[in-house]
Design a protein around this ligand. Sequence first.
Ligand code: UDP
Length: 364
Amino acid sequence: MLKYDYLIVGCGLFGSVFAQKQTHQRGKRVLIIEKRNHIGGNCYTEQIEGINVHKYGPHIFHTDNLEVWNYVNRFSSFNNFVNRPKVCYKNKIYSFPVNLMTLYQLYGVKTPSEAKSKLDEVAIPSQNPQNLEDWILSQVGPEIYEIFIKGYTKKQWQKEPADLPASLIKRLPIRLTFNDNYFNDQYQGIPIGGYTKMFENMLKGIEVKLNTDYFAEKSYWDSIAETIVYTGKIDEYFDYKFGPLEYRGLHFENEILEGDYQGNAVINYTQESIPFTRTIEHKHFEFGQQPKTVITREFPASCQKDDIPYYPVNTKANNTQYECYREEAEDKKTLILGGRLGAYKYLDMDDVILSAMNVANNIK
Ligand code: UDP
């Protein structure tokens, strides 16, 4: 008998949830190995000046799934933070996501019906808009596209919006009410005390080896467990045999300042000429009153083989290439792939948790 039932590669959400379920519900023998020097993957938070800093960009937990919500609440309490980002464009602040206040700021419309008439007037109809640009123009017209979407999207994806799938922008609501909640989901919040603490609780009683690179000794790790649960890049797993998949990277610049910098957790900078996409002021995620403040400017970046991948770039061509890898993985009965990178999908945290729960529950 091998030493472990599961060797889990990567200590992010998929790996941690899968490990928690298999260890505590099924009594399986599990080992997690993690390349970085910390748990939590890109959800990781680190305390600086008494503030939980989201080291890999803002993570705001939201879900419509009660089972997922109850599950995460077993490992942390959540506060009632609601994401209400603002947009800064040419030095003016706008309400965002596009809602009745935004439309009032732009056009002076004050009611849902006035707003609807205005959008009908400015929208550029399109029969069956497939790409991001045509879709957003068909909803809100060129001015809103220019102020809120075009520059940010070009910076974020380093592609023309006409070459991107509409699904990217359909993540964002467009509302004719004054509701400026970024998410439509019923449950939302930030783990009180930070994500890292939530992961520590989830991983209680589970063996985790940090600073451990699976690929440095792949055959050894493969030899000690019945099944490998791999949550890293699928193309890397197969040694890039169908070519490297495209990912977007990020680069962060932090500053510690006095007081309150921007009065909000997230402000998006949508002009193309400004190199960062957003500024995060971490203490606002937990309504912090600390004398100092930590702010982060988030810069989109290319993603080379050794960089941390943040976003899959789900164009048609890339998805087709991914399918080759997925088919290859299907043949391996002792391999489970999961998470944003394993699935090459723009999954939110709750999607990842749900898929890990389902995969863990469905194993016979
Ligand atoms: N987006 C935009 N302007 C904004 C915010 C988002 O055009 O001010 C577009 C952009 O293309 C982005 C997508 O909407 O990639 C999804 O945004 P979301 O805030 O969901 O991105 P995440 O927080 O996952 O990076």
